[in-house]
Design a protein around this ligand. Sequence first.
Ligand SMILES: [Fe+2]
Length: 194
Amino acid sequence: MHPSPLQSQPLLHLLVELYGQQGDRRYGLAELNQRTHAVQAAALAQAQGEPSAMVVAALLHDIGHMLHGLGEHPAARGVDDQHEQVGANWLAQYFGPEVVEPVRLHVAAKRYLCATDPGYLSLLSRDSLESLALQGGPMRAPEQQVFRSRAGWRNAVALRRLDEEAKDPNGPAPDFSVFHDLIVSNHESFFGTR
Ligand SMILES: [Fe+2]
């Protein structure tokens, strides 16, 4: 069987392999795997009318967890995996800042929301709470100011809220292939069709 035109796209091929091979790994301590967390975050972004770059950012925001090689739950060993930097640096090879920067800032956004939204802490899953201290804890006021000066910080906050929501074993779980077209169009809109 010939691959579809989209599957012959090298980036898509890479992502399909990565999420196919590593997506079955458990998402931290949650009762769902990495792939379900990813597609659920993207489906929620779509349902909330987010622009396509945010849907792609939601889909790929934890790709760093699949690239860092530190195992399923490094926070339990006291290790901050810095998956947001690993993921953003990898994605920057393929996407523009509308996709990359919310991914880079989604852990900072958690620290920001912990400091500024009184109800937010109670929404955090057990593993997100566990990694919070390793990531620097709730942001202090000067850090909040720096965070708000970063491009894409509002989208990072929106992405972070989707991240918290997308841990529901009974929530939407579309097939990864539903997002193939969006991945390719976002890639091509930034890098052209070279
Ligand atoms: Fe996440």
